[in-house]
Ligand binder design. Structure first.
Ligand code: NAG
Ligand code: NAG
Ligand code: NAG
Ligand code: NAG
Ligand code: NAG
Ligand code: NAG
Ligand code: NAG
Length: 469
């Protein structure tokens, strides 16, 4: 080891220095969050000439990040505004969420990403749109797609019969186009996001159809064995084996997406005993599995000896923190337990950041580990934001009757315009449906022709479960 400074001791001290933030002080938390948000934003290049608006650099090999992670980043920055009231990133978040919505159906299936488009990728953008509606994030101008309509469009396309088949007794596949590698895989995250969004749409719109479908999805996930009787949530399995070859790796975003969804079901059902029990058990299991010593650990890839996480996985702890914090707002009975853990975890997260708010991945060592990126910054930001949950302006997720203003369209994404522009959405006729179906078929077949020669490159490696092979 060699120090460039003659003052060896000072250099040693600075090695151990972390981002200095008094976690008892909301003002200090906000100041640190501002620094980390700025560091996160340096990864965004979509406002530079020649770069695509709305996404992080990628997809590989053009850059490190798959399309979905841009959607996750805007959701994180919408939460940043919600928890801090700092509007710095609001306009770019709004513009990006709209740009990537994918004209003309506005259901987060832009043509550019078809060849790696999973239900989970589409769903991550849908979750950010749903959040925007729930926190009353600034609405796009009339004539542009609206947050609630976008969330409904994602849900509608995922609820459509063409996304479901009889293999494994039901459920969504991982990938959407049948030519994609991973189309033969059904997994927890795709179905978990669909479940989560259904629960939230039910509560927001007070429409029981969404809740019924969410409940069906939960039952399928449980029945096929992706969720165990201990409330462990496994990654997924292949249709070739009727989903009996379950990959038992557990990822924190699965725990969080089901827990938050269950909390919305609990709240929507006015506190039903069944959902209360599920929320309690998922909470206990999530804390036990993913917060050993009360510090978030991505256990399937954050190994003691080495970090085996893909770029995707390096961002999961952020969703874990954000979605657990949101859960406490609508299922207050678990708030004390969850917040005590999130606070200790956030304290550890801050020790992983250097004095400039550049944060590492491993939070358990008390030091910056040098392993940084957009995901790692999102994780640390999320950990900090969750501590602001009791600020008076931080409201629980709103609904159509409690002050949310986003305009919806129950038929969004279903071949109509998909644009909620204030009640002038037209009813879908049989002819429209058939037309949309033909268009979809044409688009997919031309894309698939282009896909064939790419198929060897589009492997599952480097994506969600590259550890499987
Ligand atoms: C955001 O956009 C609005 C409307 O165009 C504009 O008035 C406002 O100044 C912008 N805010 C920032 C921080 O750029
Ligand atoms: C699709 O890719 C093209 C070419 O890179 C780019 O110009 C366009 O903005 C992209 N569209 C979306 C919605 O990302
Ligand atoms: C396939 O899996 C589903 C869900 O677990 C089950 O209901 C069904 O009986 C299985 N089919 C066969 C042929 O084993
Ligand atoms: C409730 O949601 C379902 C599913 O999207 C939709 O078909 C139905 O029209 C909705 N009902 C109302 C009253 O909006
Ligand atoms: C919850 O309670 C409200 C007010 O009593 C009622 O209108 C609503 O239908 C209930 N929701 C459910 C799903 O039972
Ligand atoms: C549902 O959420 C609201 C916050 O929006 C909360 O005040 C209420 O207590 C929750 N209901 C139950 C049954 O916990
Ligand atoms: C809330 O939902 C009801 C029933 O779907 C609808 O009549 C009403 O217009 C909605 N309110 C707002 C503000 O969108």
């Amino acid at each position: 080891m060699k120090f460039s400074s003659p003052l060896g001791l000072a250099a040693l001290a600075s090695c151990a220095a972390a981002l200095d933030v008094d976690l008892e002080s909301p003002a200090a938390i906000k100041a640190a969050a501002k620094t980390i948000a700025a560091n996160l934003y340096t990864y965004y290049q979509g406002d530079k000439p020649g770069m695509t608006p709305g996404i992080l650099p990628g997809p590989p090999p053009a850059g490190d990040y798959y399309w979905w992670e841009g959607g996750a980043m805007w959701g994180t920055l919408i939460d940043y505004w919600h928890f801090t009231q700092d509007t710095t990133y609001n306009n770019v978040s709004e513009a990006s969420m709209v740009f990537q919505a994918g004209a003309p159906n506005y259901c987060y299936m832009p043509a550019n990403v078809t060849m790696s488009l999973g239900n989970d990728d589409q769903g991550f953008w849908g979750l950010s749109a749903m959040l925007a509606a729930e926190v009353n994030f600034q609405n796009p101008p009339a004539g542009q797609p609206q947050w609630l309509a976008l969330a409904q469009a994602v849900w509608n396309t995922q609820a459509a019969p063409d996304r479901h088949d009889d293999s494994c007794g039901g459920g969504l596949r991982w990938q959407i186009p049948l030519a994609n590698n991973g189309y033969n895989y059904k997994n927890s995250i795709a179905n978990g996001i669909f479940f989560n969004m259904g629960a939230r749409l039910a509560r927001y719109t007070d429409n029981a159809t969404y809740a019924q479908v969410a409940e069906d999805t939960w039952n399928w996930v449980w029945g096929v064995g992706f969720m165990s009787s201990d409330y462990d949530i496994y990654d997924g399995a292949h249709v070739d084996f009727n989903c009996t070859d379950i990959s038992k790796a557990q990822f924190s975003y699965n725990a969080a997406v089901y827990l938050q969804g269950a909390a919305f079901m609990y709240n929507y059902t006015n506190g039903s005993a069944v959902w209360k029990d599920r929320v309690q058990k998922l909470t206990d299991r999530t804390i036990k599995v993913f917060f050993p010593d009360d510090i978030a650990v991505e256990l399937s890839c954050e190994l003691t000896s080495s970090i085996q996480c893909t770029t995707d996985m390096l961002s999961f702890k952020g969703y874990l923190h954000r979605w657990l914090a949101a859960t406490t707002q609508i299922a207050p009975f678990i708030k004390d337990t969850v917040m005590a853990t999130l606070k200790k975890s956030a304290t550890a997260a801050m020790t992983s950041c250097d004095t400039n708010g550049v944060c590492g991945f491993r939070w358990t060592t008390g030091n910056y580990d040098g392993n940084t990126g957009a995901g790692q910054e999102m994780n640390a930001l999320a950990a900090l934001l969750s501590l602001l949950i009791d600020e008076p302006y931080v409201k629980p997720p709103l609904t159509n009757t409690t002050g949310a203003t986003s305009v919806g369209n129950p038929n969004a994404g279903m071949g109509g315009t998909g644009v909620g522009t204030g009640g002038n959405s037209k009813a879908i006729t049989g002819a429209d449906r058939a037309g949309a179906g033909i268009l979809t078929a044409l688009t997919l077949s031309s894309l698939m022709a282009a896909c064939v020669w790419l198929a060897s490159d589009m492997s599952e490696h480097g994506r969600w479960h590259s550890w499987k092979e």
